[in-house]
Design a protein around this ligand. Structure first.
Ligand SMILES: CCCCCCN(CO)Cc1c[nH]c2c(N)ncnc12
Length: 229
């Protein structure tokens, strides 16, 4: 019996999903709220982790280990790294890295620690499925690398360094840790982000302005993915 985790980092990112579900059971666990529902005959668990790699690690692990989810989809917003991406554009993660993980003093590459890997690859089947959903919706979706770090990036210099170092299309603060959790627990995962800003000096203003609308764009797409799974 499959059970799908639908995750975000912020209330605004899961609100459109909860609205679509209508009714759900709320469980408080480990400092977070988990919303369970049956959606078109599929068991789903929805939660927002709170911001950053630690909170998202806790929530992803809880959804899998405590609630028994066997698949995880993430919906949220991100800063654009690729210059072609504009506010509202969708990015599907092909693989994810942690741009602030740094033991380069020992000669290791950025984002690497022993017995780890710079990149964690997302589930190929769900990436394929996203192409079908995108064409059904008449939307173009960019597949690309997402770089994750515990910082809201609001300057060109850091953004360009992330582009050069990880060849990232977008950046955010949870996907890379969710990827490590799902990979370690052998749970297929799909990470979708809608652009809210350009990770430049205007990022915080753009984020405030477009969080809600971009979160809705991402949530609509993720729910269409769930319909097809
Ligand atoms: C109140 C502050 C909320 C910040 C949360 C931002 N999320 C984190 O996942 C996505 C995101 C959108 N734009 C970003 C940026 N420029 N840098 C990092 N992360 C992001």
């Amino acid at each position: 019996m499959q059970k799908i985790a639908i995750m975000g980092a912020m209330p605004e990112e899961v609100a459109p999903i909860l609205e679509k579900l209508g009714s759900y059971k709320t469980t408080e666990y480990a400092g977070n709220k988990y919303y369970e529902a049956s959606y078109k005959g599929i068991e789903v668990v929805v939660a927002y982790s709170k911001i950053g790699k630690v909170f998202s690690t806790l929530t992803a692990t809880t959804m899998i280990e405590h609630f028994g989810c066997d698949r995880l989809l993430f919906s949220g917003v991100a800063g654009a790294v690729s210059p072609e991406l504009k506010v509202g554009d969708l990015v599907v993660a092909t693989k994810l890295s942690q741009h602030d993980l740094d033991i380069t003093a020992f000669g290791h590459p950025y984002g690497f620690v022993p017995e780890g890997a710079v990149f964690v690859e997302a589930d190929k089947d769900m990436i394929e499925l996203s192409k079908k959903v995108a064409s059904k919706m008449g939307k173009s979706v960019k597949e690309g690398i997402i770089a994750t770090g515990d910082q809201f990036v609001a300057n060109e210099e850091r953004k360009n360094w992330i582009l050069e170092t990880f060849d990232a299309s977008a950046l955010e603060m949870e996907g890379g840790s969710v990827a490590v959790v799902c990979n370690a627990l052998n749970v297929p995962f799909f990470i979708l982000r809608s652009i809210s800003d350009a990770a430049d000096m205007d990022a915080s203003f753009s984020f405030d302005e477009f969080l809600e609308s971009s979160a809705i764009i991402s949530a609509e797409f993720v729910m269409n993915m769930v319909d097809e799974i």
